[in-house]
Design a protein around this ligand. Structure first.
Ligand code: GTP
Ligand code: MG
Length: 333
């Protein structure tokens, strides 16, 4: 049976290792000046971004036919010598995974030691459940040395709801006896104004890492769906929204693999009046977000400053719950 055009289509075909010294997209066969420009405009800046994209998307971006797009993709893959990777190589890549710890043993245990690089971690829950506070705590903690649960890294925050408050970072930093100015300087914040802008900002992160040489180890998107949700309010455009969202999540995943960094996204919930037992809420964004997230945690409010986190989905951790607190000093047991 012929599958629909999808990402699998890209992976299915194995390219032989052809000797090739193509280094940038302008050198690909069939890519002239105009096409190269269109590719860049659509965010395909390097060979990898082309190699891992379905032909239909490249065709759409360049207004070329699918056959030509396929040729371009094949050439990009040959140049990158893509194919199967040995299990041993994968194991050694996994050995590079770093973990960012919380200031809470309860949360550390829930996450099997902290949030991982090369993965996407999603926390979803109602307003005030602690999604943003966790994000800010992680943005500070990632800067700590490895022996103290950090990764000696910088954080990037893509703020879609204008909720970033530097004053709060100062509090969190002071509580850990860190220099607040230095901590703030290692958090790069960008306010996203539209879903397109949000996606563009993700592309810019490669520049921060490669051109500005910033050791970014954590990328936060708070919140993932806010802008998508308001821009695609009508049901008629839901399919478009999901397609774009899918692309956004893949961009994030690719970023985390390529630079061995952690992605933390926050997500809201919608009420589900059809659910009578258990918690009548579900993360918005549907299955696309659920499948893209490596770790999914549901947060809910408890008494006072107490919050409950439940691991919903993880490749290796049990479904478990923990209690933590949001205090003046930050996230604590
Ligand atoms: P939405 O973004 O509205 O969906 O909520 P959220 O899940 O991001 O909630 P957030 O993490 O912002 O807040 C969780 C709780 O942290 C709030 O209900 C407050 O009680 C608490 N909180 C937020 N800021 C502070 C602060 O500066 N000091 C203290 N002590 N608590 C705070
Ligand atoms: Mg928030």
């Amino acid at each position: 049976m012929k599958k629909k055009a999808s990402d699998e289509e890209c992976i299915e075909e194995i390219t032989d290792e052809v000797k090739s010294d193509i280094k940038c997209i302008d050198e690909l066969p069939g890519v002239g000046e105009k096409t190269a420009e269109k590719l860049r405009e659509a965010g395909f800046n390097d060979l990898m971004s082309i190699a891992v994209t379905p032909a239909s998307l490249i065709a759409e971006a360049t207004e070329l036919g699918t056959a030509t797009a396929t040729k371009i993709i094949t050439a990009a893959r040959s140049a990158l010598k893509m194919g199967f990777i040995g299990g041993d190589t994968l194991l050694s890549r996994r050995s590079e995974i770093g973990k960012i710890k919380f200031q809470s043993e309860e949360l550390n245990n829930l996450f099997g030691g902290g949030i991982e690089t090369q993965a996407l971690t999603e926390c979803f829950g109602q307003f005030g459940s602690g999604k943003t506070q966790i994000a800010l705590q992680l943005a500070v903690n990632v800067q700590l040395p490895k022996e103290n649960g950090g990764l000696d890294g910088y954080a990037v925050i893509i703020d879609t709801e204008n909720t970033f408050r530097p004053e709060r970072i100062v509090q969190l930093a002071e509580a850990l006896k860190l220099d607040p100015k230095e901590v703030l300087s290692k958090i790069k914040v960008a306010r996203a104004y539209s879903s397109d802008h949000q996606m563009l900002l993700v592309e810019r992160i490669s520049d921060l890492i490669e051109k500005e040489k910033l050791p970014i180890k954590l990328v936060i998107v708070d919140s993932l769906m806010g802008l998508f949700r308001s821009e695609y309010a009508g049901r008629g455009t839901l399919a478009d929204r999901q397609q774009k969202l899918n692309r956004h999540l893949h961009d994030l995943q690719r970023l985390s693999d390529r630079y061995n960094l952690a992605i933390y996204i926050t997500n809201q919930v919608m009420s589900r009046p059809d659910v009578f037992f258990g918690d009548p809420t579900a993360a918005i964004g549907g299955n696309i977000v659920g499948h893209a997230s490596t770790f999914r945690v549901y947060l809910r409010k408890s008494k006072g400053d107490k919050r409950v986190g439940r691991m919903i989905d993880s490749p290796c951790l049990p479904e478990a719950e923990c209690v933590f607190r949001v205090t003046e000093e930050g996230i604590r047991d």
